[in-house]
Design a protein around this ligand. Structure first.
Ligand SMILES: NC(=O)c1ccc[n+]([C@@H]2O[C@H](COP(=O)([O-])OP(=O)(O)OC[C@H]3O[C@@H](n4cnc5c(N)ncnc54)[C@H](O)[C@@H]3O)[C@@H](O)[C@H]2O)c1
Length: 346
């Protein structure tokens, strides 16, 4: 029997691109997703790109019995890439228990099943939110984890603590936590991409929805920050580069290259871009004009965050290949595809 990789949340934004990257490397993939923030149509998008349909199980990971039954059905799962989680910061403030249950109970149930295996590889979706406003830039993995600003951020910190404690007592269990900076963009075929439900919380979907006319204008929250042009700075990483990093991280564990059985890596480009630079890049790469206005600062926004990529570059042997312009162009192509599909459905 060949080994299989479980991708939880594999129909979501980052998960679907990672499934493509895994299949292109010859991995057999099984997806678990409860479709709470994704559509079953994504499965067809993946199939169109790779000519392979991954196995799909519609399971809610909060159902402990279902999780157990899943591992009985697929005894040869060798590695798990765990994307499934709720991710809206604002919603997590409104409904903390939903976030603690969805992001932590799911993690615990998966780990309880993996504990029993002789060899289990686990890749965890973490976030640069764990650093808060870091004292030094670029941010290294050694920067202190700051008190979380939201229940969502806290679930990522607690998730990493759960992994630390699990790895400590079980040497057969090997885990890597990947701290993403700001994932953006879409597959170059525009078959899959980001599908925000409701008003987008993130800059890029807001930009593309504004450019296509779904929203009147983009609000830029504050131009009086201590940055060169006064707007906030983030490290935007193309989702295709991010997807590849997951494959590399998995291979590191399979090839026994890890330095300890729980490791942490930043995933970013190492380059910070301000909101105004992103707007310029979008207009340059797509030829579209973006209506925007400067408004007051948004509560909770940090000034600047970008990754020190040295550890990921040297130890994972991975680095980003795609430029911001390319990422924004792909996000725009995906936005046009989404509208085309919506028009066809109506
Ligand atoms: N997108 C970002 O900006 C970002 C940044 C840092 C970290 N992350 C983390 O990366 C991961 C993936 O993010 P994404 O942007 O692809 O999100 P997404 O919402 O597009 O994907 C998550 C997927 O998980 C599924 N899911 C959620 N709860 C589930 C459950 N209980 N059982 C089964 N499936 C469930 C959803 O239906 C969705 O398809 C998340 O853990 C997120 O916190 C994302």
């Amino acid at each position: 029997m060949s080994s299989k990789i479980l991708v939880t949340g594999g129909l979501g934004f980052i998960g679907s691109h990672t499934v493509v990257a895994l299949q292109e490397k010859g991995y057999e993939v099984v997806i678990i997703d409860n479709l709470s923030n994704s559509s079953i149509d994504v499965l067809a998008g993946i199939t169109k790109i790779t000519q392979q349909t991954p196995a799909f199980e519609n399971i809610d990971l909060r159902d402990k019995t279902k999780v157990k039954e899943f591992f009985e059905k697929y005894p040869n799962i060798e590695g798990v890439i765990h994307f499934a989680a709720s991710k809206a910061v604002g919603e997590s403030v409104e409904n903390p228990l939903l976030y603690y249950e969805n992001n932590l109970a799911s993690l615990i149930y998966l780990l309880q099943e993996l504990q029993a295996k002789d060899n289990a590889y686990f890749i965890f979706s973490s976030s640069c939110t764990v650093y808060g406003q870091a004292d030094d830039l670029p941010i290294t993995e050694n920067a202190p984890v700051k008190k979380a600003e939201s229940p969502y951020g806290n679930t990522k910190q607690i998730g990493e603590e759960i992994l630390t404690d699990t790895a400590k007592i079980n040497k057969n269990f090997k885990a890597i936590s990947l701290r993403y900076f700001n994932p953006i963009g879409a597959h170059p075929t525009a078959e899959i991409g980001e599908l925000p439900i409701g008003t987008p919380q993130n800059l890029i979907p807001f930009i593309t929805q504004t450019a296509i006319g779904k929203r009147k204008e983009l609000s830029v929250f504050g131009d009086d920050y201590p940055t060169p042009d006064g707007t906030c700075i983030r490290d935007y990483i193309h989702v295709m580069d991010l997807a590849k990093a997951h494959v590399v991280a998995l291979e590191r564990l399979q090839q026994k290259k890890e330095k300890s059985n729980f490791e942490v890596f930043n995933l970013g480009t190492g380059k910070g871009s301000s909101v105004l630079e992103v707007i310029n890049s979008f207009e340059r790469s797509t030829g579209e004009k973006l209506p925007y206005k400067i408004v007051g600062r948004r509560e909770g926004d940090i000034v600047a965050a970008y990754a020190d990529t040295q550890k990921a570059n040297e130890e994972l042997g991975w680095k980003t290949e795609k430029h911001l312009d390319e990422a924004l162009k792909s996000a725009w192509d995906w936005q046009k595809e989404v509208v085309k599909r919506e028009e066809k459905d109506n």
